[in-house]
Design a protein around this ligand. Structure first.
Ligand code: NAP
Ligand code: G3P
Length: 471
């Protein structure tokens, strides 16, 4: 049985309280992590604050060199990290390893990009200022709270932690409960890499028990959160700080505007909708198209979806169990609701505990919940509409605004449609996706606040400091 400790000031915490972590594939206990108390959490922030000035005072290249030792340990342990992820979140072994490798690339790129966050100078002459030069540098915000979700426990943790640390902030990191084994496994690597005490603290425990205590701590200068809209909104209300970056849910539409390359469109749509069993913020969560196109697209989608393998993440199946039985019930509830209201199930709609077969639903109407809610599971609704304008309207009526896809060979139509879609990013002729990770990544409306991405995170985790010379 895996048993990993939280980390405060480079000390492994054993307060005698443990939180059990489920294996979604076997529905047995995969391991335990520390369940921290309010006092432990206070200590984590106390040490993060105490260590911050000295860490920031180090030269950028010294900070990078220190962090490189930690990155090297991630590289050494990448197979073990992937194995733990597969055990606790049922992501296929292949995809878990991809996630770790993708994160290592992000870390390397962050080290390089940080070197380009140079100060700039201004004279103010255009405003009539005389004999002045202002030098404006980016300096650390202070103590950053990083909270990650279950679905990318490694990637979304380090896409926050590394830019924060590189720029001289210190970090308190709260992993999702499903994802805490990976989170707490890192504790030993922090110690082994000999990172300066207190700069990187890992606090574990159930969000509903300690979440409010964590986010209300007075030492926090910024919160970087990825997760659901509900918890994001709770943090907006409860957070002790006004500096927030939130990456929240999505209901990404795929608008299919022509039938000129349906094989390719279907491949992208299926990969977008069903990778990691649909548990991606950027998953394609509804297809909007016309009757005519739907009639041709549907048989292609059906045939390809029925070829997806369903089963264990250790066998690298395409569709694996969703995170828990509560999520499975929610997903099945959305399908039931569509079926009861006249939608047609084309394939799937079979389940065993939390393993749900990939489900394609046709004739979904805008009165059905699955047209608007985020299932976070292997479900693809098709909504038949009359025109591109109607597709744009239904896309934009969503509470979410993360990403969208447009499938269309005529580039002018595609771009003109993209300009009318209200989401952070619009992908033409590809599934919705965050990557490459150097791109700015943002959600509007209920999908988030602020911008992530490598350069954008380095910027959001710093503030300007101007020093003005008068001569
Ligand atoms: P979640 O339930 O909102 O949890 C996210 C994190 O918040 C977890 O670490 C959770 O800890 C913690 N938490 C729970 N209650 C809290 C509280 N009161 N205060 C502070 N933190 C609290 O989300 P999830 O189920 O892990 O992830 C799925 C959601 O994330 C989906 O909606 C998905 O779209 C979204 N997501 C968005 C992006 C993006 O980039 N836009 C990327 C990935 C995922 P516990 O696990 O211990 O409860
Ligand atoms: O960074 C991981 C998550 O935010 C989305 O990534 O590649 O599934 O679009 P992806």
């Amino acid at each position: 049985m895996r048993k990993y400790n939280a980390l405060i000031n480079n000390e492994l915490i054993d307060n005698g309280q443990w939180l059990e972590i489920m294996n979604p594939t076997t529905l047995e206990i995969a391991g335990k992590v520390s369940a921290l108390s309010a006092k432990d959490i206070d200590n984590a922030f106390k040490y993060a604050r105490l260590s911050q000035e000295a860490w920031e005072a180090k030269h950028l290249l010294d900070r990078i060199n220190i962090l490189k030792k930690f990155k090297d340990l991630i590289v050494e342990n990448k197979n073990e990290i992937a194995q733990i992820m597969t055990e606790e979140i049922a992501k296929s072994l292949k995809d878990s390893l991809n996630e770790v490798e993708r994160t290592i690339e992000i870390i390397d790129y962050t080290f390089e990009e940080a070197k380009r966050i140079d100060p700039h100078s201004q004279t103010g002459e255009g405003m009539g200022a005389k004999n002045k030069i202002g030098v404006f540098s980016r300096v650390a915000k202070g103590v950053i709270l990083a909270i990650s979700p279950f679905n990318y426990p490694f990637n979304l943790a380090f896409a926050k932690i590394i830019p924060a640390l590189v720029m001289g902030n210190t970090v308190v990191f709260k992993p999702a409960t499903a994802g805490s084994l990976v989170g707490a496994f890192i504790s030993k690597l922090v110690i082994k890499a000999n990172l300066p005490k207190g700069i990187f603290n890992i606090v574990t425990g159930r969000g509903r028990e300690i979440g409010d205590i964590i986010t209300a701590n007075k030492e926090i200068d910024m919160i970087s959160f990825t997760g659901s809209v509900n918890i994001g909104n709770q943090i907006r209300k409860n957070g002790s700080t006004t500096d927030l970056v939130l990456e929240l849910g999505g209901k990404d539409p795929a608008l299919v505007l022509d039938d000129l390359n349906l094989e390719k469109y279907a491949e992208e749509i299926i990969s977008g909708a069903f990778s990691y069993s649909g548990q991606r913020c950027t998953a394609i969560k509804r297809v909007l198209t016309t009757n005519q196109i739907a009639d041709k697209l549907l048989p292609i989608l059906k045939q390809k979806i029925e070829k997806l393998t369903v089963g264990s993440p250790f066998d690298n199946c395409d569709i694996t169990p969703v995170i828990d039985e509560k999520s499975a019930n929610y997903i099945l509830g959305l399908i039931d609701n569509a079926k009861q209201n006249g939608a047609k199930i084309i394939t799937g709609y079979k389940s065993e505990k939390n393993l749900i077969w990939p489900t394609l639903i046709d004739n979904v109407s805008i009165k059905m919940r699955v047209a608007w809610e985020e299932p976070f599971g292997p479900v693809l609704p098709i909504i038949r509409l009359n025109s591109i304008d109607e597709m744009i309207k239904i896309s934009n009526e969503s509470e979410f605004g993360l990403q969208a896809s447009i499938f269309c060979q005529d580039i002018s139509t595609a771009i003109n449609t993209a300009k009318k879609i209200k989401t952070g990013t619009i992908n033409i002729n590809s599934k919705s996706q965050r990557g490459p990770d150097s791109f700015p990544f943002l959600g509007i409306k209920n999908s988030g606040e602020g911008v992530q991405g490598i350069r954008e995170s380095l910027l959001s985790m710093t503030r300007y400091r101007g020093i003005v010379l008068n001569y």
